[in-house]
Design a protein around this ligand. Structure first.
Ligand code: PGA
Length: 260
């Protein structure tokens, strides 16, 4: 897509199945002190943390009044009822979540979440007023067989077909190649840019103006040492960080790469 991308920069920490009350407290307090006193970040860069669900209440209390946003790691496609183990979008909102991850590859793989279910979850989140961070990404086999773009389309199309075009603005996309997640083998900047440009073009086919405002994040073995590679790409609007988000110095350096 030609033109200027206006999307806000997001640095999202996905804690996955990590943390404890004392560990969360010290990480969040360190983040709060970094945002306020030591290294104020520019307003176009937003920090988001995704703690395990049981810690959302703790994080919500600690982050109250700060500029750090809170996100769930998953959400139900249902509002209420007999759905044991599920958490609804309105519950996340009660604890001041602004975002929620949807369709992370670990959920697609371990919990067999389908593209249709993920579309339904994203839609339920948007209807309730949350911003879904919809994760897409190809496996190594997909990439090696040349089907990366076909797979990305099949992951996103069910959602795009349900959305009113203007609603695109309420969406964040995370491109996370499965082969790069937790492996230390990150996609290089140009590989990420190619996938991001493909995704933005897909969004532009739905609504050209809105596509420029959708933040498209890269995720997969992002760390301080490689963050600037992504920040330099025109269609990379931030990162979704797993392992390195648990280390404050790493998270801070990753963020600084996007401050320019
Ligand atoms: P990673 O995880 O940074 O540890 O590779 C990223 C993610 O799964 O969101």
């Amino acid at each position: 897509m030609k033109g200027i991308v206006l999307a806000r920069k997001l640095i999202v920490g996905n804690w996955k199945l990590n943390g404890s009350l004392p560990e969360n407290q010290s990480l969040l307090k360190a983040m709060l002190s970094e945002t306020s006193i030591q290294a104020p970040k520019p307003s176009h860069v937003e920090w988001v943390v995704c703690p395990p669900a049981v810690y959302i209440s703790q994080a919500s209390d600690l982050l109250s009044g700060s500029s750090i946003a809170l996100a769930g790691q998953d959400v139900s496609d249902q509002e209420k009822g007999a759905f044991t183990g599920e958490i609804s979008a309105s519950m996340l909102l009660e604890f001041k979540c602004r975002y929620v991850l949807v369709g992370h590859s670990e959920r697609r793989q371990r919990f067999a979440e389908s593209n249709d279910l993920i579309a339904a979850k994203a839609l339920a989140a948007m209807k309730a007023g949350l911003i879904p961070i919809v994760c897409v990404g190809e496996s190594l086999a997909d990439r090696e067989s040349g089907s990366t773009f076909t797979v990305l389309s099949s992951q996103l199309d069910p959602l795009l077909s349900l959305l009113n075009p203007r609603a695109l603005k309420g969406l964040v996309i995370a491109y996370e190649p499965v082969w790069a997640i937790g492996t230390g083998r990150n996609a290089d900047g140009s590989t990420a840019q190619e996938a991001h440009a493909f995704l933005r073009n897909k969004l532009a086919q739905v609504d050209l103006a809105c596509a420029a405002e959708v933040s498209i994040l890269y995720g997969g073995s992002v760390k301080a040492a490689n963050a600037s590679e992504y920040a330099a790409q025109s269609d990379v609007d931030g990162v979704l960080v797993g392992g390195a988000s648990l280390i404050i110095s790493e998270f801070l350096s990753i963020s600084q790469a996007f401050h320019a």
